[in-house]
Every structure is written in C-alpha cells, then in structure tokens.
Ligand binder design. Structure first.
Ligand SMILES: NC(=O)c1ccc[n+]([C@@H]2O[C@H](COP(=O)([O-])OP(=O)(O)OC[C@H]3O[C@@H](n4cnc5c(N)ncnc54)[C@H](O)[C@@H]3O)[C@@H](O)[C@H]2O)c1
Length: 431
C-alpha cells in the first residue's frame, strides 16, 4: 500500500497551464471584484472605528496642573509610569487643565498612596492631594493615627482607606507613594519600630509597579549634631544603641534602603528630612514638646521643661511641610532635603510663646532630661530654597494659635473653654 504522504500536486494542477509568479489580469480583476463585493464594507467600517478611537483618546496628553506640567499617556501601562516626569515651578492650589482635552474628557488626577495618611502630617497631605484632584489611598494601622483625621473624605470616590500594617507586604497600583507610616514621637516609636521593614516593603511595591517613592525621614538622622545649622551633607552624630536609636538609626537605614532601590533597581525616589513640625491634629500627649506644652497650658498644668531648657529646636507649621513634600515629590531632585523652619527657639522661649498664646500664668516645671536629647537643632534649607523653590511661610506665633484652637476643641469638646486665648499671633518680642 502506497504512503498517504505521496506527492500529488501534479495531479491537482492542470498540466496545460504554465506557472507564472505574476498574477494574470483575470485573477486581479477577480480579487478586486471580490473585495468590492465582500470586504470593502468591512475595510471601511474598520477605518471608521480606528479613526474615531484615535480622535477620542490620543496617545499622549499634556496637562498643566496649576503650575505642574505633566506629560503622560492616559492609558499608559503601570510599567511605564516610572519614566514619567512632572515639573513643579510654582504653587498648585488650583487644578487647571491645559493641553488637548478631547471631547470633554478631563485629565485624571494621579493615584497616590499615603502610608500613615491617618496621622498628623499624613492627613494634611491627603487634604491637599484630594483638593488637587488626585485619588488617594491611605494605608494606616491606626497605631498613632486616627480615622477622625480623614473622616471628612469618607464618601469621596477619590478617597480610600485601608487598615494595614506596612510591615506586611501590600499590592496596590498607584503612581506615587508618600511613605510616612511610622510612629514619630518618642513615646510611641519605642514600642513600634516600623522604619526598616515597612520602608523595605513599600520600596518593593514602588519597584514592582513603577511608582515614585517619597520617604519622610527626619532631622534625627543628624543625632546630637556637631555641626550647626545642619546641612544635608552632614553625616550626623547618632548613638547606635541608645533609647532613641530605633528611630534615628531606623530612619538612617530607611534612607540607605531608599538610595539602594534608586541605584540598584532604578526606583524614582525622594527623601525629605523633616524637622520638628506642629499643627492641628497632632496627637495630644504624645511626648512631643509643642503638643505637650499646648495641652498642659490648656489644662492649667505646669509646662514640663526637660533639662535646663536651653536646648534649641526649630518649629515648622504643618502646611509649610506639606507644601515642601509635594514640591519634592513633583520635582526632579532625589534629595535628601531638609524641610524645616530655620527659626530657632530654646525650650524656654517656646514655653514663653505658649504662655503668651494660651495662659500667661502657666507655670514651668523642670525635669531631668531624657537620654540622648540633642542640644541643638536648626535646618539649613539653602538646598530646598534653590532646588525646590520652597521655604516656610508661617512663623511660630501665627501657627501656634491655629494649633491651640484645634487642641482646645479636642480637649474640651467645644470653643467655650476655661482657658481663654490671651495673646494673638501678633505678639512681640520673640525671635
Ligand atoms: N511631625 C514631625 O515633627 C516629624 C519630624 C520628623 C519626621 N517626621 C516623620 O513624618 C512622618 C509622619 O509623622 P507624624 O508626625 O504625622 O506622625 P503620626 O504618628 O501622627 O503619624 C504616623 C502615622 O503612621 C501610622 N503608622 C505607624 N506605624 C504604622 C505601620 N506599621 N503601618 C501602617 N501605619 C502605621 C500611624 O497610625 C499614624 O497614622 C513619620 O514618618 C515621621 O517619622 C515627622
């Protein structure tokens, strides 16, 4: 029996027709007739669909966000987002849409994760991002944060809140990650040192989804500084085994990890070194000096000064910090950048401002100083001024009354309180 694979082409082709690579005229006209009859309709429909798609959704849209220009594809895949750049020359309170906006489609805001977004600084940042038109996912385990701080966004479709501890991995799809999750006060950070593992997880997330990552580091990386004021190039003087070192060294390691992910994995990173910040929504009684003094003065308790009260700090109002963080995230520079108010106060001077603002009769009580308390702290913000066009605007005497009215409301429940504000922000005589 012959094989089924026997070559039979010669049987199926007419022997009289000689082979030619060029199609004959009859074949061409046949194809044309067929096309006209059957396919041309589909062809025209296809062209029409493609034309309308490219008219409605162009590949690239250039937008201007009240000063932020941002060029990117509306439907760009997550992997490409790390190549996106935005320029941030001036303030951006409004959300102006520029460029070609096809058929009434609005530019979508960014998708932004804020870890620690239910905390003091995080919640103010969330307010600004939502106001700018972005979609915000807050990731918080409420260790020191509070739902009350972000409750006013509940019901907003651009706001989501996830209870999650950042020491556990998490998968989200966002364009930017502001990583704030970390207890910031000495009272709390001793019990929950999340800096290293939490930062590692969030950097891993940033790498995986191509998001830009901003670390909120701290002036504590300078330790008890031997250089004054502190410039970003100063490497610091930190006790690696002291009671504060879980925070100080934790943030230093977080900075190291951030730079390693930048150099090794190409993650776009930003590092802010935040100096003492105060304002509404600060945790009451969390051991930070401004909140301590304000709460004590309102409750008619003595203001506790540790040591001789001559150690200095600089105090930045929270809105200035948020502005700096957003400029840093939108800018082109990795950092680190000092973000703080260079106005320097001794603890006794701060106590005096609190007395002027809340209660001139408030007593001062001295207690032994805590271990490793830095003697001096004052940021050199030249770099932030030059490269981010940023500097703080709110002086202590203007910011403190805003914080006091928030504390008064939270401590006493309303504005009619026993401790009247005796001095306005226009008080004199302090540096
Ligand atoms: N406020 C300042 O003066 C100051 C100064 C330097 C640096 N910082 C840094 O800024 C960031 C915010 O500080 P803040 O003053 O708003 O403090 P905060 O304690 O009010 O906020 C921290 C937030 O992180 C959350 N959090 C803590 N551990 C977490 C975890 N493991 N998983 C998820 N969420 C967690 C807390 O619940 C809270 O909402 C911190 O990283 C802090 O180190 C703040």
């Amino acid at each position: 029996m012959g094989s089924e694979l026997t070559y039979r082409r010669h049987e199926s082709q007419p022997t009289s027709e000689s082979y030619s690579p060029k199609p004959s005229w009859t074949a061409v006209t046949g194809v044309a007739r067929y096309m006209l009859r059957e396919r041309l309709v589909f062809l025209l429909v296809g062209i029409a669909i493609a034309t309308s798609v490219f008219t409605v959704i162009p590949f690239t849209t250039t937008t201007t966000t009240g000063g932020i220009t941002d060029a990117y594809s509306i439907s760009e895949p997550v992997q490409l987002m790390s190549t996106r750049r935005s320029v941030y020359p001036t303030g951006f309170d409004s959300f102006n849409l520029g460029g070609k906006i096809p058929l009434g489609l609005k530019r979508k805001g960014l998708r932004i994760a804020v870890t620690g977004g239910a905390g003091f600084v995080g919640s103010h940042l969330v307010d600004r991002l939502i106001a700018r038109g972005d979609s915000v996912i807050v990731v918080d385990n409420f260790f020191t944060g509070n739902k009350d701080n972000v409750m006013h966004h509940f019901g907003n479709p651009r706001f989501e809140l996830i209870r999650h501890d950042v020491v556990e991995p998490l998968l989200l799809e966002v364009d930017q990650i502001y990583h704030l999750a970390c207890p910031a006060s000495p009272v709390h950070y001793k019990f929950n040192p999340t800096n290293v593992v939490g930062t590692l997880n969030m950097l891993g997330l940033a790498k995986r989804i191509g998001a830009r990552f901003l670390l909120t580091s701290t002036s504590e990386v300078y330790g008890d500084p031997l250089q004054h004021p502190q410039v970003e190039t100063y490497w610091g003087n930190v006790n690696p085994i002291g009671v504060r070192s879980c925070y100080d060294e934790g943030k230093r390691t977080a900075e190291t990890l951030t730079m390693d992910y930048n150099r090794g994995a190409g993650v776009e990173v930003r590092i802010a070194r935040i100096f003492n910040t105060y304002g509404p929504r600060m945790c009451i009684d969390d051991g930070r000096v401004v909140s301590n003094f304000v709460a004590q003065a309102l409750r008619k308790e003595p203001l506790t000064v540790y040591g001789d009260g001559k150690q200095t700090r600089s105090f930045q109002y929270v809105s200035d910090l948020v502005e700096g963080l957003m400029r840093l995230m939108e800018g082109e520079h990795v950092g680190p950048f000092n973000l703080g108010n260079p106005g320097e106060f001794t603890m006794l001077e701060l106590a005096q401002v609190v007395q002027e603002t809340i209660d001139p009769n408030a007593k001062i009580e001295f207690k032994p100083n805590t271990e490793d308390d830095p003697h001096k702290r004052k940021p050199d913000i030249t770099k932030a001024k030059e490269l981010l066009g940023w500097q703080p605007k709110v002086p202590l005497r203007k910011g403190l009354p805003m914080m006091v009215s928030d504390f008064r409301q939270r401590i006493f429940g309303d504005q009619n309180t026993p401790a009247a504000t005796t001095t306005s922000s226009s008080s004199t005589a302090m540096p």
